[in-house]
Design a protein around this ligand. Structure first.
Ligand SMILES: *Cc1c(COP(=O)(O)O)cnc(C)c1O
Length: 419
């Protein structure tokens, strides 16, 4: 049904009910004022135009009210994080009780492991994907070390088979079947940052729980990209950053999910601060620690409102459009991208991301044989912003909020001429 012509791409944009959203973002431009073809929303999402006004409002209220802004600001700072919870919960398919926005991703992973990585002498190993994001690997290794275990021996890698790029769920099943008695935790990227593979999170939870392992998911490349249905998946916990597909700005705060089944367990080991203490008595200041139920019970500090304002600006857009419409466009847009790449008459190109739309988000990871970083440089010189991974992979994410069919068409036309 797709056609490899500019006319066709432009027609798709005309018919696209979400096409108007692009104008609500700042699209970076070259020196001559031409829009970049921006395909790195998987690394840093673009800035919604309304973000400035959301942040400005908090600056104004700070100027006007000083400390009274905690209660008097138009969006009072005391409960500010609560304004983000419902929209964020919808995006990841969770109940509001299960979600909170706080800290940054790696910090949240550590705080979650304080509670959900409780190794014993015999059951202490952690399973990650062999291509896990470096920060996750370091975090897990440091947890092993912190508990007195060997970081090599305690870490089990779920690897693609020889000659393959993608992970097979049967292989995880085999690992857990054989070594489950020694495994305490599975910590898996729901959408792999390198291959773009979207794993069956529910299946991972079943596999882990069958052997009494805790199951955590890193959703950095999933939140705002796919619809992970975290509550129904049954996983124990998850964390994700908001500066990738959630367009909240560099280094912005992260999301955290703790499944409802753990919401009222006050016995779970955890770190404490005044922000996970009972809201009602927080300012009495002299009460013994009384932990809040749900995901809020993992907060420690009062949060940075300016960063939260940026998240609010973005979540309000997601709330308006809904993940369902975004996913529908995304499948079509990435499908078109895949189609155009497959039309290129060359044997140098291989898409390592799954060809099944249910097993990927918007990103395609494109392997280019005999290419080096100069290809990436040439793409950049042609205003095409992509991400290069050594030795030979271009990661490219057409984001349904602001990328167009024409973007994708132009990108592939230029890629063709560079090969
Ligand atoms: C982007 C990303 C991170 C980054 O972690 P920060 O704590 O936000 O710096 C970690 N893990 C994964 C899987 C990521 O994709």
């Amino acid at each position: 049904m797709y056609k490899p012509t500019l006319d066709y791409a432009q027609q798709q944009d005309k018919e696209d009910k979400l096409a108007h959203l692009r104008a609500q973002f700042h699209i970076p431009k070259d020196a001559k004022g031409n829009d970049w073809l921006y395909f790195t929303g998987n690394s840093l999402g673009l800035q919604p135009k309304q973000t400035q006004q959301y942040i400005q409002q908090e600056l104004d209220d700070w100027a006007k009210y000083g400390v009274e802004g905690h209660f008097e600001a138009r969006n009072p700072w005391m409960p500010y994080h609560e304004f983000l919870t419902n929209s964020m919960a919808k995006i990841v398919g969770a109940k509001p009780l299960e979600v909170v926005v706080m800290n940054t991703l790696t910090t949240n992973l550590h705080l979650l492991m304080v509670s959900f990585y409780q190794p014993t002498k015999t059951k202490y190993k952690i399973v990650i994907e062999s291509d896990a994001f470096p920060s996750d690997r370091y975090a897990v290794q440091s947890q092993l070390k912190f508990h007195g275990f060997d970081t090599e021996e305690g870490l089990i890698e779920w690897k693609p088979r020889e000659g393959e790029e993608l992970l097979r769920i049967e292989d995880l099943e085999k690992i857990v079947d054989e070594q489950g008695d020694e495994i305490a935790l599975l910590l898996i990227g729901g959408v792999n940052y390198y291959t773009g593979q979207y794993l069956d999170i529910k299946r991972i939870a079943e596999i882990g729980h069958a052997k009494n392992c805790m199951v955590g998911i890193d959703l950095a490349h999933g939140a705002g990209n796919i619809s992970p249905e975290l509550h129904d998946s049954g996983i124990d916990f998850a964390a994700w950053c908001t500066y990738k597909y959630l367009n909240s700005g560099p280094g912005s705060l992260a999301g955290l999910f703790v499944h409802e089944k753990h919401a009222h367990n006050k016995e779970l080991p955890r770190f404490a601060g005044w922000w996970n203490h009972n809201k009602e008595t927080r300012f009495n200041m002299r009460q013994p620690f009384d932990v809040m139920p749900g995901a809020e019970g993992w907060q420690l500090s009062n949060p940075p409102i300016l960063s939260m304002a940026a998240i609010r600006a973005s979540l309000d857009m997601f709330e308006e459009v809904g993940m369902e419409a975004l996913r529908a466009k995304s499948e079509k847009l990435t499908g078109y991208f895949e189609y155009l790449i497959n039309q290129i008459d060359t044997d140098r190109i291989k898409i390592i991301t799954s060809s099944n739309p249910k097993e990927r988000g918007c990103q395609l990871s494109i392997q280019v044989k005999n290419a080096d970083k100069s290809l990436h440089k040439k793409l950049t010189e042609n205003n095409i912003i992509t991400d290069w991974r050594e030795p030979d992979v271009i990661r490219c994410a057409p984001v349904p909020m602001y990328n167009s069919f024409e973007d994708v068409y132009r990108m592939v036309e230029i890629l063709k001429t560079l090969l």
